[in-house]
Design a protein around this ligand. Structure first.
Ligand code: NOJ
Ligand code: CA
Length: 698
């Protein structure tokens, strides 16, 4: 039973809402004067309140408040269609339904093992007052940590083919805010440095967009379960008002669907502080449960590979004297992986097609034929005999017209060889995806349009059939689909380590402190950390200390993590390298100890397979000291803590290699304070002592 949903007619609602305590004492958004609330609901513990509004001319809208204080002021809902009148006015409220859910589900792998999914749901059915009298449903799920809502297009003869020109959903942020965002609709997809601007200076942004409101509340706008639909971009239309615009299609409607269907969830994560956004499970909760059944065949792992050398340009993808993917070279990587406990060895440039201008076209790629100096079958065996797996690579140059016909034989080949993770790649400018149109001719699509949302799921589903995991680069953004398809384990979708090889500029020291509170809210990232040599192509310095490279394994979550540097470089840093060998990639629990968007963050995570805890902290260009309260440790237990921290005088510009590695005893309740250098970081392993009497039951 749920007592907090209300449906009221006309102007009596406000009084009733106030009576239920839904409005708190705070002032209502001014725009309420123009539209009447017709239904409302609050989160189970009452933190958040949502109202559904209808204006005099039947335009639907919504608003969100937190503890009675407006977060989202009156904001419009609706659609533009290509072949029918717009669907955004003349509505009446036909019915209201409510539901409460409180359940806990288990992640096969992740940042935490158990996830609580607790919300109140409000479903409103709207119907046009006049012909064509179309119906549209909007469903709100209100959690303590945010709100998700989506549209449901019911089956109806007057709107069976839904051709969406654009979506009209708005987010009118109720207070001045600072925004962290990257531009949408630009050529480099998601690979931009984050802007920090007043919200009132945002242009057109990808999500997640992260906001800090004047009153201190943090909000992240994003979406969940982007399936067979086009990605939501946010465009500022006036003041603090953001409006959805869908990623374009090559031609015609941006989304073409047959009713009935549901749109992705539009999400607002709302928290007191920046860390609250990171620990919110709202995006996952709004996705459908695991559709694959037992996925124990995916083993979270660390990997090395023929990769950094390619970005340094000391080896090449292309065949010839610099070819990296040779049998001899890859054996060296396999031996290195086996000796250091890494499960995977990625090999890029193994297959035919890299010799011409692969960047521009991708039509030469074969996904089954290795170059002659790469003994694919022999190396797959060589690896398996040593407890290692090759990690597959499909760079498509976003020519999916060329890739899709090869997809099944390519995955069959990997399955036969025991290659159970594949990195895919879609290098091409945004808008440059080559896909076949209905007439069999090539169309140029966007990386995050409906065509690509379908393509990625097709790859993930075909891979799942063969027990293969997928790590997509130049992907469509993550919207939590790993819950439904747990073999979609990671993706890129931001500037990763490669920018430190050749980026102009390379990633600045604040980059990772931005990522944690923006890109990472969407899901795991294959950032490829761990370049301890701290130099890119031609000796370009990486804007990081050595301790920060270690911290990234804790701070940037992914169930697959690369040790990206060259084996010969790791040989030079055996002591820091030990942390990379030790750090797990699958967690029982995650806590954000402190942090501010773009400045710093400290995260503690508990290993899924032992009682050990790990802490990572990173800072921007400023030195600071971070608090590490050890409240996460088990009471009464001692831990041996191995600290990897910036030494006195460490600085990414002048002394990046200065690290102190030391051992301390640690107990719950202690409050540590540790220094971070400019561009610096901190990594700690807390190894749990055995419990109780030595040897008892162990
Ligand atoms: C871009 C990817 O992000 C990178 O990791 C890869 O090496 C190249 N594309 C080539 O596929
Ligand atoms: Ca990339």
């Amino acid at each position: 039973m749920m007592g907090r949903a209300v449906l009221l007619v006309g102007g009596r609602l406000l009084a009733a809402l106030a009576g239920l305590g839904l409005l708190g004492g705070a002032a209502l958004p001014l725009r309420l004067a123009r539209a009447d609330p017709v239904a409302g609901i609050s989160s189970p513990a009452g933190t958040l309140q949502v109202q559904v509004l209808l204006s005099g001319d039947g335009k639907p809208g919504y608003s969100v408040a937190r503890h009675g204080r407006p977060v989202i002021a009156e904001s419009r809902l609706g659609f533009l269609l290509t072949d029918a009148p717009k669907l955004d006015r003349n509505f009446t409220l036909e019915s209201v339904g409510t539901r409460s859910v409180d359940q806990t589900w288990e992640q096969p792998w992740g940042e935490r093992r158990f996830v609580r999914d607790r919300y109140n749901e409000l479903r409103v059915r709207l119907k046009e007052k006049r012909p064509p009298a179309r119906a549209l449903e909007v469903v709100f799920r209100v959690f303590e940590d945010g709100v998700g809502f989506r549209y449901e297009f019911p089956g109806q003869p007057q709107l069976s083919d839904v051709n969406i020109a654009d979506e009209l959903t708005e987010f009118a942020v109720a207070e001045p805010a600072t925004a962290w965002w990257i531009p949408a609709g630009e050529w480099n997809r998601y690979e931009y440095l984050y802007n920090r601007t007043p919200l009132a200076e945002v242009g057109q942004a990808h999500t997640p967009v992260t906001l800090k409101l004047a009153g201190g509340v943090h909000v992240a706008l994003h979406e969940a379960a982007l399936v067979d639909y086009s990605a939501m971009w946010l465009r500022r239309v006036e003041g603090q008002r953001l409006k959805t615009t869908l990623s374009p299609a090559a031609e015609g409607a941006r989304v073409k669907r047959k009713a009935p269907f549901t749109t992705p969830w539009r999400t607002l994560q709302i928290a007191d502080d920046a860390g609250g956004l990171v620990t919110s499970d709202l995006i996952l909760n709004l996705n459908e449960p695991n559709a694959l059944g037992d996925v124990a065949w995916f083993v979270p792992h660390k990997y090395v590979g023929v990769w950094w050398s390619l970005h340094l340009d000391t080896e090449s993808w292309a065949s010839g004297p610099k070819h990296g993917a040779t049998t001899t070279n890859v054996k060296r990587y396999i031996d290195f992986a086996a000796a250091n406990g890494f499960r995977g060895v990625l090999v890029e440039g193994w297959n035919r097609g890299w010799d011409g201008d692969w960047f521009a076209d991708g039509s030469e790629f074969s996904f089954t034929e290795p170059y002659p100096d790469f003994d694919l079958e022999g190396l797959a065996d060589y690896a398996r005999e040593r407890g290692v797996r090759l990690v597959g690579h499909h760079e498509t140059s976003a020519n999916i017209a060329h890739y899709e016909p090869q997809l099944e034989p390519a995955l069959d080949l990997y399955a036969r060889l025991g290659v159970d993770t594949v990195k895919t790649g879609y290098v091409a400018d945004a808008g440059g995806v080559q896909a076949l149109g209905p007439d069999g001719k090539v169309r140029y699509e966007w990386h995050d349009g409906q065509v690509m949302s379908r393509h990625h799921l097709k790859v993930v589903q075909e891979a799942a059939r063969r027990h293969i995991a997928v790590n997509a680069h130049e992907p469509i953004k993550d919207t939590g689909l790993r819950r439904t398809y747990p073999n979609w384990v990671a993706r890129e979708g931001a500037r990763g380590m490669e920018y430190n090889a050749w980026g102009v500029p390379p990633n600045p020291p604040e980059h990772e402190a931005n990522l944690v509170f923006t890109r990472m809210l969407a899901g795991p990232m294959d950032f490829t950390p761990g370049v301890l040599s701290l130099t890119g192509r031609g000796g370009q310095p990486i804007q990081s200390t050595i301790a920060k490279q270690l911290a990234l394994y804790v701070v940037i979550y992914s169930p697959i993590q690369m040790a990206a540097d060259l084996p010969e470089n790791y040989a030079k840093y055996p002591e820091p390298f030990q942390f990379i060998r030790d750090v797990p990639v699958d967690w029982d629990d995650t806590r954000v100890l402190n942090g501010e968007v773009g400045d710093y963050v400290t995260i503690a995570r508990k290993d899924r397979r032992s009682d050990d805890w790990y802490v990572g902290a990173v800072t921007d260009e400023d030195a600071r000291s971070v608090r590490v309260p050890l409240d996460f440790l088990e009471p009464g237990r001692t831990y041996t803590a191995r600290l990897y921290r910036d030494a006195d005088g460490a600085d990414w510009r002048t002394n990046p290699q200065a690290i102190i590695i030391e051992t301390r005893q640690a107990r719950r309740g202690e409050r540590w304070e540790l220094p971070l250098a400019p561009g610096g970081g901190l990594a700690i392993r807390f190894e749990a002592s055995s419990r109780g009497l030595a040897g008892a039951n162990r």
